[in-house]
Design a protein around this ligand. Structure first.
Ligand code: FUB
Length: 444
């Protein structure tokens, strides 16, 4: 299992990093969405040990501070689409008029071709349902991105090896006219040498958006390995002008995939690489960098880092926090919780979770956690600033009779003042110890 590898192989220095964003599973094809003060991150899921793009479901994560990410599980999978056979590849979710529309490519069982489906939900975290019961559009190509212009006109773009678009209707689940190709000229998308079938750099994974009146198309370029390039245009359908490299080929995955947002006054570039232990071209991980546009609107070239984006603000430990809100997890997994949401599970002796930038303020007197254990439990150690840092408290967890039989435990806390990284270090005997659904500190 990837998480076991993470726990066993991760060097101590890497534990201080925030990239990749998710350590519990392999993730790919990031699609961020800003909604109501949070970033919702929609991803694919590379299966452990995969030797192809073996992908069966999509996942959702969210964060208010860009470093502590909450796992919302998988509200969309191949089984959501009765017509889908395989290949839960790169999609994007957008918000319109109170609903969330998630456009995803997958193989149509009836035709054997890649098609674009659309799922809909009233919540950014789902559950999502198939909006149509059949593909929205199908021509054997993939990687949809959706952009809604200021005048309300929405566009669906997709493609590999071509670049297609169609105008979506206001209902977001039908379209007007026929799909058309955006001409892949070397002026628009750069020059590729050595492949007469693909004269331009455009490969796949378009991400279209608008900023200060300029339309951007950031895309996976060249193959293989890919880098991230981009083009700009005065209109949503061109003419496009190639502008250069956003991120060079790096990171031990032969694909890469862009997602760009502005959030709380900063700009963020999401991508994927093979940075987790066991990672590679088919076992990828999503990561993020903060960047600043150049004054003329061009995008600076960025490198992949292990540091990731800086934290925005801090995390409040005096409100209920989900156990699956994680800056860095070592050895743990997540799963759907019987009480709703997700819980952290499969905890073994020595596993840990870092929660970054926790604002204890004047001080905490106690800590509570919602726990369950089908075995004899173990201990939650509350450590300050490092996995072996100062011990602020020790909470004993006993057997509850089941992995989803929940109880709340409370223990006293000392030395929790100011703002610190909080490490949960789990200890106990052999095998799985207990699950954690949520936690909360109490003021002194
Ligand atoms: O994840 C499967 C495919 O690999 C995506 O659809 C492409 O963008 C590439 O990342």
């Amino acid at each position: 299992m990837s998480l076991v590898l993470v726990g066993m192989l991760l060097p101590a220095t890497a534990a201080r990093a925030d990239n990749p964003i998710v350590q519990t599973i392999y993730t790919a094809d990031p699609a961020p969405l800003v909604y109501n003060g949070r970033v919702y991150l929609y991803t694919g899921h590379d299966e452990d040990g995969s030797t192809y793009f073996t992908m069966k479901e999509w996942r959702v994560w969210s964060s208010a501070d860009m470093v502590n990410w909450t796992d919302h599980g998988s509200p969309l999978s191949l089984t959501t689409f009765s017509w889908a056979k395989s290949d839960a590849w790169a999609g994007q979710a957008v918000y319109r008029d109170g609903r969330f529309y998630w456009y995803v490519p997958t193989t149509n069982r009836a035709t054997g071709r890649m098609a674009i489906g659309v799922a809909v939900s009233d919540s950014p975290t789902g559950p999502f349902r198939d909006a149509l019961g059949h593909p929205l559009v199908e021509n054997g190509e993939f990687d949809p991105t959706v952009f809604i212009d200021d005048n309300g006109q929405a566009y669906l773009y997709w493609g590999n090896p071509h670049l297609w678009y169609v105008k979506l209707n206001a209902d977001m689940i039908s379209y007007s006219g026929s799909p058309a190709q955006i001409p892949l000229t070397t002026a628009g998308f750069g020059t590729r040498s050595g492949d007469p079938n693909r004269p331009t750099l455009f490969e796949e994974g378009p991400w279209v958006y608008k900023r200060n009146g300029l339309y951007y198309n950031v895309f996976a370029a060249k193959c293989c390995s890919e880098f991230i390039g981009y083009s700009t245009s005065p209109s949503p359908t061109g003419p496009w002008t190639y502008r250069g490299t956003v991120m060079p080929t790096q990171g031990s995955s032969f694909t890469n995939h862009p997602g760009v947002i502005d959030f709380q006054g900063g700009s963020y570039f999401f991508y994927h690489n093979g940075a987790l232990p066991g990672g590679g071209g088919f076992t990828r991980s999503v990561a993020v960098e903060k960047f600043t546009y150049n004054p003329d609107g061009t995008i600076p070239t960025m490198n992949m880092t292990t540091a990731g984006a800086p934290q925005i603000g801090s995390l409040d430990p005096y409100v209920r926090q989900e156990a699956e809100t994680i800056a860095w997890g070592s050895g743990v997994e997540t799963e759907p919780a019987g009480e709703g949401g997700m819980n952290v599970g499969y905890i073994e002796n020595g596993d840990s979770i870092k929660v970054k930038g926790v604002a204890f303020g004047a001080g905490a007197s106690s800590f509570s956690a919602r726990v369950a254990s089908a075995t004899s439990g173990g201990t939650i150690e509350l450590r300050r600033d490092a996995v072996n840092g100062a011990l602020m408290g020790t909470c004993a967890v006993r057997g509850t009779g089941g992995w989803q039989t929940w109880t709340t435990v409370t223990c006293t806390v000392t030395g929790a003042t100011g703002t610190h990284d909080l490490y949960f270090r789990y200890t106990g005997g052999s095998g799985y110890l207990f699950n954690v659904n949520w936690w909360q500190f109490q003021h002194a």
